[in-house]
Design a protein. Structure first.
Length: 176
């Protein structure tokens, strides 16, 4: 075995160093779930006396946590499958519709779209509190949201150009 071959095998095997990181993401999911139910149990006993605006803000916070949790699951499972090892699910195991279909480019697009959705919820919360928010915080919230939207848009354009460019010509050949 050559040094080059040994080095390549070691580098390839090092992908397993990501496995505990992906597993660790499930701890983040547990923490998020605990916070979700803490917030839900906190508001439920007072729902009848809570102002509508405050209730809407609480529900938006809960939706925000659900979106972040879904994002964690997508990154954790598809990242593991793309970078570490294929999931071996038995026939009787429920299979997620997107499992095996998200490559790293698609995953990045899902993450970008989720960040825009999460940012939209935060911006909506800012607008619902507009009379209590300083103008500079409103401006920065809008600026950051637009930054996320523009970034996601350009990522989608680049992804489309890249996929379109690969689909037009066979590998290694030059387009006419």
């Amino acid at each position: 075995m050559t040094v080059e071959h040994l080095l390549e095998r070691c580098m390839y095997a090092s992908r397993w160093l990501l496995a505990p990181i992906y597993l660790g993401m499930s701890l983040g999911l547990i923490a998020l779930g605990l916070k979700f139910f803490q917030e839900a149990f906190h508001v439920l006993p007072h729902v009848l006396e809570t102002a509508e605006e405050d209730l809407v803000l609480t529900v938006l916070s809960l939706i925000d946590m659900v979106l972040v949790g879904s994002l964690l699951v997508m990154v954790m499972i598809s990242g593991y499958e793309n970078s570490v090892s294929q999931l071996e699910l038995t026939e009787d195991t429920e299979r997620l519709g997107w499992l095996g279909k998200l490559d790293s480019g698609s995953l990045k697009m899902k993450v970008a779209a989720s960040i825009v959705a999460i940012s939209s919820i935060h911006l909506l919360k800012v607008f619902m509190n507009v009379e209590r928010m300083p103008d500079d915080k409103i401006m920065w919230s809008i600026f950051l949201h637009l930054t996320f939207v523009v970034s996601a848009y350009f990522m989608a354009v680049i992804d489309k150009i890249t996929k379109h460019g690969h689909g037009d010509s066979p590998a290694g050949s030059k387009p006419h």
